[in-house]
Design a binder for this molecule. Structure first.
Ligand SMILES: Nc1nc2c(ncn2[C@@H]2O[C@H](COP(=O)(O)OP(=O)(O)O)[C@@H](O)[C@H]2O)c(=O)[nH]1
Ligand SMILES: [Mg+2]
Length: 240
């Protein structure tokens, strides 16, 4: 039996996603109240230079369940997800990307895998809906991380996750240092090292329809490699 939640904080990071945020919010407000008595939707507008911030503010004015965080300057993908996790007020917190590559309606898969003793449900992408260059980067990235951090994950980079909020009382987010793309793998590595019980479920992934992807820009890749090496070195020097 699927658990019914008393309250759910949902958020998504958005950098320059002006065409995506209104449908994202509409979908969340249509779907998530089926699973929880109280739902809040937070848009983390991280350094956008398009109309993302203004549209987010208008959505928040129109519905008291919608909230907005603005970061100027932007903090990066990890900084945006960190802020979203820290802003959650409800006993459960769920996030995905702000680009509509995941469908919030697949939340049923996350909640279906929750159960007694499960602290978090982590998605893995059933098929990656990316151009070939991005597929190569993503495949290498996943394999290198599995190799260097003793594996255990099907997908270190799937932005579709549900947590019991007390996870972040048990494992404070300041133990995760990256503010870039490496935030997601570092979060999984840190939670596992601290005894958080996670289950994985497959989630469909869809091609981007609006705007350009940002995840494989050269700057983002260089920053992720730096953060990955810093974590690997610090764990060798000071095993937790
Ligand atoms: N804060 C922040 N968000 C970002 C950045 N790059 C991407 N995002 C957001 O992260 C999500 C995934 O980005 P995307 O470019 O689609 O990455 P991909 O799916 O790996 O190609 C989207 O919601 C973006 O708006 C960034 O540099 N900073
Ligand atoms: Mg994407």
């Amino acid at each position: 039996m699927t658990e019914h939640l008393s309250g759910l904080s949902f958020f998504f990071p958005a950098r320059d996603e002006e065409l995506n945020i209104e449908p994202m919010v509409a979908r969340a407000l249509a779907v998530l109240p089926m699973y929880a008595d109280w739902v809040e939707v937070t848009i983390v507008d991280d350094g956008s230079s398009d109309r993302t911030g203004a549209i987010a503010d208008a959505l928040a004015r129109a519905d008291p369940r919608v909230k907005v965080l603005h970061h100027r300057p932007g903090r990066g993908y990890g900084g945006a997800v960190r802020a979203g996790l820290m802003s959650a007020t409800q006993p459960f917190v769920f996030f995905t990307d702000g680009d509509q590559q995941f469908d919030v309606a697949d939340f049923d898969k996350l909640i279906g895998a929750l159960g007694p003793g499960v602290d978090a449900v982590i998605g893995y992408r059933l098929q990656l809906a990316y151009p070939w260059r991005h597929l190569v980067v993503s495949g290498v990235y996943n394999r290198v991380i599995r190799l260097l951090f003793s594996g255990g994950w099907r997908d270190v980079d799937c932005a579709f996750k549900l947590f019991r909020a007390d996870v972040f009382a048990r494992v404070p987010l300041n133990r995760v240092h990256s503010n870039g793309a490496f935030f997601s793998p570092e979060l999984l590595i840190t939670l596992r090292a601290n005894g958080i019980v996670m289950r994985e479920v497959g989630i469909p992934h869809h091609p981007r329809v609006h705007h350009e992807p940002k995840g494989t820009s050269p700057e983002a890749i260089v920053k992720a490699i730096r953060d990955l090496l810093l974590l690997r070195l610090s764990l060798w020097l000071r095993p937790r």
